[in-house]
Write a protein that binds this ligand. Sequence first.
Ligand code: BTN
Length: 242
Amino acid sequence: MDEPLKDLAGPRLLAGLASTRFGSIEIHASIDSTQTLLVAEGGRDGRVVVADHQTAGRGRAGRSWTDVPGAMLMFSALLRDIPPQRSALVGLAAGVAVARAIGGNARLKWPNDVRIGGRKVCGMLGELAPTGDYVVIGIGVNVGHADGDLPAELEATSLRIASGGTPPRRDDLCASILRELDALVGADFMDDYRALCETIGTRVRVDLGGRTLEGTAGSVRDDGALVVDGEAVVAGDVVHVR
Ligand code: BTN
């Protein structure tokens, strides 16, 4: 473990996770990627790796994920014993967990971007281990960014900007997210997902890699697929068309 970090204290985080599966927390001042480490190394169910800064952070669809050191909550959590048909739902459960932990007007853009006022505040990446026996969910929340820290083209916000006040401590926020996730993983949560999902009822454009689908998102099925004009989309980048 590296030097203790302001608002990212291991004992405080662990204390907030009593009686959950998340009993192993590692905090790094700097690492290539919490996600890369956990996917490669594996470990026990409930292992969590947190970083103050990543030098090679990874986003969805092979994109890179950059951060401002000290401003973002970034962590990956390992989950075992997820039935294969539910592994794709872990990312949706994590979306609900983050939206609940943030509270207020946090909403979900399918599949699991968390947004406030139409601006992205959190992204997540769910990956199945090459061996297929565990899922790693990686979460990055913009917490302490000030105006100007986030490039305008990202159409992003932070908890500090959105609240206009003092953001939560990252350790407390991480514990809240993981407590919610612990309860949601084995539960039937799709009605909660749909209630938070602002994509439903919206006109969308979906990049299916080779084909673009434009239409109205009617629903999200229990298996997590987005239904656009009757066509089920299981993966793809979605744009809400204004
Ligand atoms: C996205 O919206 O494209 C997903 C971003 C996921 C970023 C998180 S930060 C913690 C974890 N480590 C990574 O390298 N990526 C995820």
